[in-house]
Design a protein around this ligand. Structure first.
Ligand code: ADP
Ligand code: ADP
Length: 218
């Protein structure tokens, strides 16, 4: 599903974010991407969504080499990816439900269809009763679960969650991880990054990054 072949990323002559990184994530897998701040986790995640390009090596997503993907093809790639990134905050001027409906409306669903599916997605993350709330009235963990609902509402094959549990207490963080695991259990491939070793699930596969390099063969 996701394959990195000897991927390096140099942002400038003195900043190398990834060095010769190779790994494969298979369809349906749940994989944690661990490593301290600055290790290159966000860079790696962004490459899968073609938000950054490798300086060398290949990134293959769903059989397609996206290392030099054309800009017109990027929306098609992203249609199969549910992205949960720090930069993609909820829109605070509209309800939780409207936030989750948005990706469906953008891809042409009718508003009644979008509402039904958005409510179903909110139910799945345990927030069916908060549909009409404004995002800022929710706790950080609840907001993060709304982001998960928004990311999965289009039924992507892959979820990329960059530090989804950052700044959350343990109980809220566990609820966020449980929501992600629930989608993994119905077949969605999940890649979840965290700088907090305590957040890693001992049962799941873990890829460790340190200073841009994989620590353990993965
Ligand atoms: P992590 O997500 O593990 O904290 P990042 O991928 O954000 O790591 O960063 C890896 C390295 O690349 C860091 O040294 C960071 O400062 C650098 N970096 C990240 N993004 C950029 C960018 N857009 N331009 C220049 N340097 C960057
Ligand atoms: P619906 O069929 O109305 O979308 P479901 O109860 O089947 O309702 O699913 C609720 C939400 O959960 C959907 O909107 C979808 O985004 C998400 N979902 C459920 N199953 C999957 C799956 N296998 N892959 C991706 N997303 C899923």
């Amino acid at each position: 599903m996701i394959e990195f072949q000897n991927v390096s990323k140099q942002y400038s002559s003195d900043v190398t974010a990834l060095r010769d990184v190779s790994f494969t994530v298979n369809k349906g897998e749940l994989v944690f991407l661990a490593g301290p701040s600055g290790a290159g986790k966000s860079t790696l995640m962004k490459m899968i969504a073609a938000m950054e390009r490798p300086s060398s090596g290949k990134v293959i997503v769903n059989g397609q080499d996206i290392s030099r993907i054309k800009p017109v093809a990027v929306p098609f790639l992203r249609r199969n990816l549910g992205l949960i990134f720090q930069q993609q905050r909820l829109l605070t001027d509209r309800s939780v439900l409207a936030n989750v409906m948005l990706p469906l409306l953008v891809t042409g669903a009718s508003s009644s269809q979008a509402e039904q599916r958005a409510r179903a997605a909110l139910d799945k993350v345990g927030l069916g009763d908060r549909a009409n709330a404004q995002p800022l009235a929710l706790s950080g963990g609840e907001q993060q679960r709304v982001s998960i609902a928004r990311a999965i509402v289009n039924r992507p094959q892959v979820i990329l969650a960059d530090e989804p549990t950052a700044n959350l207490d343990r109980a809220s963080a566990n609820k966020v991880l449980d929501a992600l695991k629930a989608f993994n259990s119905v077949g969605v491939t999940c890649l979840i990054s965290s700088h907090d070793e305590q957040m890693l699930d001992s049962a799941a596969r873990v890829i460790h990054l340190n200073q841009g390099q994989l620590e353990v063969a993965a």
